[in-house]
Ligand binder design. Structure first.
Ligand code: AMP
Ligand code: ZN
Length: 436
């Protein structure tokens, strides 16, 4: 509640469990009716012989079909739009940079609700209108920028939309404007700290009080290290563009798992093989349904993120369930510098070149806290014509194509035929030495 106005949705935040669940039932019925307005779901419901009137409560969620990233891609650009284009005020996409992205549409009401959720997260972390907030993630189609931005403004914070990168300027802005709340990827926060330490500076001297860290997986150890370096309290923030972006799961001051705002998202955890719900508290794939979105409701979205619902109520007294830190993914998607990358995208580029052999490895490391990707390829047997210049040219060309494909610099190492290890079973294409 700010100045008597419920800008953070305190009403929902404080709902007792039974009220929350009956709200979810009503919201699900409304969501399904709205979804049926889209070409995609109207066809899908027909295919499944589903009558929207069969959905009477939250328990009926199991009657509904799952939605996957592939479904979103196939319905690109507007197959899942459930309102007139006139009502759309903004779109975002997932952070993957190639092929057809998954495009998500928002009405004004959707943006307002999302901002409310973000403001709620920031307030839960202890941020107030008196604080100065620096948003150190990318803006544009990526949801981390505008998502946090609107939430912080709604809370009445002083917002500095610094965007990603330019470390020297980030540090200057933090100092000059007394920034005490930041949003960054954990790897970038670590990069900034390491740079400062290298320059003989102390990250604690920045005076940051609260850090919102998310968009990529990281460990509890990484959180503790960052808290120690900066002296701030770090809050894990989880989201995905299909579910708006940030604001889906967020930690309270107990830092014991992320509360999911269940007035906006219906949570299921399934076994990715059988697609059946896992037993209470067991690890599985997180499946989410939007409950308040209007322009583009998404039903039973398979996030591919692996986690579990934590048992017991949180001492903070909020009744919204908590999820454990994400444990990995049920597909092969990599998150490199906050960008979603599928190994198949790399393969697609490599395989266009007849001078490259069939074996390749994607090698991931972390240097000064920044993810590095090196692709090792072999020259196809007989393809080397003895010219080092040709080889150099080919390597540079491949480097450019990979950069175009994923959006960041990728190293390329060209090896002799037969020098990469050949695995006996499934090919091991990705060697990830970043740890988390
Ligand atoms: P995007 O839709 O591009 O924003 O990417 C969303 C994906 O980023 C999620 O499905 C997760 O795999 C990952 N992600 C976002 N936040 C976190 C977090 N706090 N911890 C672990 N993974 C995260
Ligand atoms: Zn809590």
């Amino acid at each position: 509640m700010i100045d008597g106005v419920d800008k953070t949705g305190t009403f929902y935040e404080q709902m007792p469990r039974n009220e929350l669940e009956s709200f979810q039932s009503k919201a699900l019925i409304r969501t399904v009716a709205r979804a049926a307005q889209s070409q995609y779901y109207s066809n899908k419901f027909k295919e499944n012989g589903l009558d929207v009137n069969d959905i009477k409560s939250r328990d009926d969620i199991v009657k509904l079909p799952f939605t996957t990233k592939e479904d979103l891609r196939l319905s690109y650009p507007t197959g899942m739009l459930a309102v007139s284009p006139m009502e759309v005020v903004r779109m975002h996409t997932s952070s993957g940079t190639t092929g057809k992205p998954t495009a998500i549409f928002h009405s004004q009401e959707d943006i307002d609700n999302w901002s409310e959720l973000m403001a709620r997260c920031l307030a839960m972390a202890g941020a107030t209108a008196n604080d100065v907030f620096q948003n150190m993630t990318g803006y544009g189609l990526f949801t981390g920028g505008l998502g946090l931005h609107y939430g912080a403004e709604r809370l009445g914070m002083w917002v500095i939309p610094a965007g990603a990168g330019n470390t020297t300027r980030q540090i200057m802005l933090i100092r000059d404007f007394g920034v005490n709340v930041i949003h960054a990827t954990p790897s970038y926060a670590m990069h900034v700290a390491e740079r400062m330490v290298q320059d003989g500076d102390d990250p604690r001297s920045l005076g940051i009080k609260i850090a919102v860290l998310g968009a990529e997986p990281y460990s509890e150890e990484m959180r503790l290290k960052l808290q120690d370096l900066y002296g701030f309290t770090a809050f894990n923030s989880y989201g995905l563009s299909e579910m708006n972006g940030p604001g889906v799961g967020f930690e309270c001051p107990y830092q014991n798992g992320m509360h999911v705002w269940e007035d906006s998202y219906l949570v299921e955890v399934i076994n990715p093989e059988t697609l059946q719900p896992v037993a209470e508290g067991e690890v599985g794939e997180l499946v989410l349904t939007t409950l308040r979105r209007k322009a583009m409701p998404i039903i039973r979205y398979r996030t591919r993120d692996l986690t579990r619902v934590l048992p017991d109520e949180c001492p903070c007294s909020r009744k919204h369930i908590r999820l454990a830190r994400m444990l990995g993914r049920s597909d092969d998607m990599l998150i490199v510098r906050g960008v979603n990358v599928f190994p198949s995208q790399i393969e697609e580029v490599i395989m266009q070149h007849s001078w490259i052999g069939g074996n390749y490895v994607i090698y991931l490391t972390r240097k000064e806290s920044l993810d590095q990707m090196v692709v090792k390829v072999e020259i196809a047997p007989g393809a080397f014509d003895g010219s080092i210049d040709t080889l150099r040219y080919r390597r540079t060309e491949l480097q450019h194509q990979l950069k175009d494909q994923v959006g960041f610099n990728v190293g390329v190492e060209v090896m002799e035929p037969g020098s990469l290890p050949v695995s006996e079973g499934k090919a091991k294409r990705v060697i990830d030495e970043r740890g988390v």
